[in-house]
Design a protein around this ligand. Structure first.
Ligand code: ATP
Ligand code: MG
Length: 451
């Protein structure tokens, strides 16, 4: 007989705690309860638990789940091996997904299904115990993964020129400008260029021109000396200097303010710069790779980007195709992300249903590879069988014209309408009413379609 599982349940509603306590006790679990984030922390200090089952909403803020999410991140960094299962309300799938991202192992929607809850708790107890036994192995795996880095998947014809340029120009010191829509893999291509270069024994240095103020950008790029401005308490080396002998990846280059473009041009022309607040001229040997999703020629025409700087940056230009122009790669990418996320979330998934794969291939992917990555992460979390099904993807299965309805099975249409109603009304009662179903009939279908 294995030791009974010890579960800590946390919710600020006394009736919920009581109902769970009764259910779980009768199934042989040992139960303790907490009714606030502080209570959870205190309980965890006192003893070890097999699973923490926690609600995300507490008195301070009862709907957004923010309090629970914050706590989750904290718990996860304190003890990665503690399995946390979160409880969320119906229709808050995004919250559940966010919780999983922050380290929750699984989630259950309220009102919960007893059988499903018991299965989750038993599975997580087992996994958690195994995990704690093998933390050393786990740590090794993490290092291995970090070393390997992500693969560049590119077999579609539209990617051939990209691979050719990487192979031909990568090893040189030529400046390369990478353009493409959001999420097409510009960062990955920059890394690939660097890793085939002579500079690859040093790490690539990245600076992102988006989202930082002008002053911060300048000191990030060139560094500063103590006293250069109010907050400059000590000397600081800039990214340009750090990249000496290596590659500097200047991401979102279109966001570099005009005033900084002049300085950037100078350093690219003669390799010389000064730290902010210093008159000493320094030199650095840097290979520059830049990337943008903007049309730099249009930026030049609008007077927001210097033409002479553009000519410096785009010695070689790599134009990354959007994902919808390289659909041949979708199955490969999908499989790659599936393997990665299934491993990360410890789910035994073997692949996609044919219909699910077709949905992925047909989708427009405005967010490109990143969107595909996120959709599959979400589907991995939602899937309850061995394969990913259409409903797990949460993508529209009809094309914009709506003309694809006749291609769907009756079940798919039903699942589609139910999902739409749940998204629209956010709760079972209203959705059931709108669909002309009883609440229990809707629950049965939600369960059947794994929504
Ligand atoms: N060809 C590919 N093979 C495998 N993974 C890819 C590929 N292209 C992109 N990815 C993955 O997709 C995600 C988005 O890629 P990346 O961040 O490089 O895009 P980006 O073009 O820089 O996007 P943004 O313009 O939004 O910064 C990353 O997780 C990346 O690893
Ligand atoms: Mg990027």
């Amino acid at each position: 007989m294995p030791t009974p599982a010890r579960i800590l349940i946390a919710d600020d509603q006394a009736d919920v705690l009581e109902a769970l306590r009764l259910l779980l006790k009768s199934e042989g679990f040992q139960i303790e309860t907490a009714n606030s984030p502080a209570g959870i922390l205190k309980a965890l200090e006192l003893r070890d638990y097999d699973v923490l089952l926690m609600d995300l909403n507490y008195a301070r803020d009862t709907t957004s789940g923010q309090e629970g999410l914050d706590l989750l991140a904290r718990l996860h960094s304190a003890d990665e091996s503690l399995p946390v299962v979160v409880m969320t309300a119906w229709g808050t799938v995004n919250l559940a997904v966010e919780a999983m991202r922050r380290g929750a192992r699984d989630f259950i929607q309220k009102p919960w299904d007893n059988e499903r809850l018991l299965t989750i708790l038993r599975t997580q107890t087992e996994l958690g115990r195994a995990l704690r036994r093998s933390t050393r192995l786990e740590a090794q795996n993490r290092v291995l993964q970090a070393d390997g880095g992500p693969a560049l998947i590119a077999e579609a014809p539209a990617m051939h020129p990209v691979l050719q340029i990487i192979a031909r120009v990568g090893p040189s010191d030529a400046n390369v400008l990478i353009t493409g829509e959001n999420g097409t893999g510009k960062g990955l291509v920059a890394q690939a260029l660097h890793s085939v270069s002579m500079r690859s024994n040093r790490p690539i240095v990245t600076i992102n021109a988006g989202g930082v103020s002008e002053g911060v950008f300048e000191s990030e790029l060139f560094g500063h000396v103590k006293g250069a401005f109010t907050d400059a308490k000590q000397d600081r080396v800039g990214r340009f200097e750090l990249a000496d002998g290596s590659t500097l990846f200047l991401d979102e280059i279109a966001n570099v303010p005009l005033s900084q473009q002049q300085k950037l041009l100078r350093v690219l022309e003669i390799g010389e710069f000064e730290r902010l607040g210093s008159s000493k001229t320094r030199k650095a040997d840097v290979r520059l790779i830049s990337a943008t999703n903007a049309d730099l020629n249009a930026e030049v025409a609008a007077g927001r980007f210097r033409q002479d700087l553009l000519f410096r940056l785009n010695t070689i230009e790599i134009k990354l195709p959007s994902l919808r122009d390289r659909r041949e790669d979708i199955p490969l990418l999908a499989k790659y992300f599936l393997t990665m996320h299934a491993h990360r979330y410890r789910k035994a998934l073997t692949g996609f249903d044919p219909a699910a794969l077709q949905t992925l291939v047909d989708h427009q992917w405005p967010g490109n590879v990143r969107e595909l990555d996120h959709s599959i992460e979400r589907a991995v979390l939602m899937a309850q069988g061995n394969t990913i099904r259409v409903a797990d993807l949460g993508l529209r299965t009809t094309s914009e014209g709506g003309g694809r309805l006749e291609d769907m099975s009756l079940e798919e249409v039903e699942a589609f309408l139910i999902k739409k109603a749940m998204a629209r009304y956010g709760n079972v009662s209203h959705a059931a009413k709108a669909l002309g179903l009883s609440r229990s009939a809707l629950y049965r279908r939600l369960e059947r379609y794994r929504l």
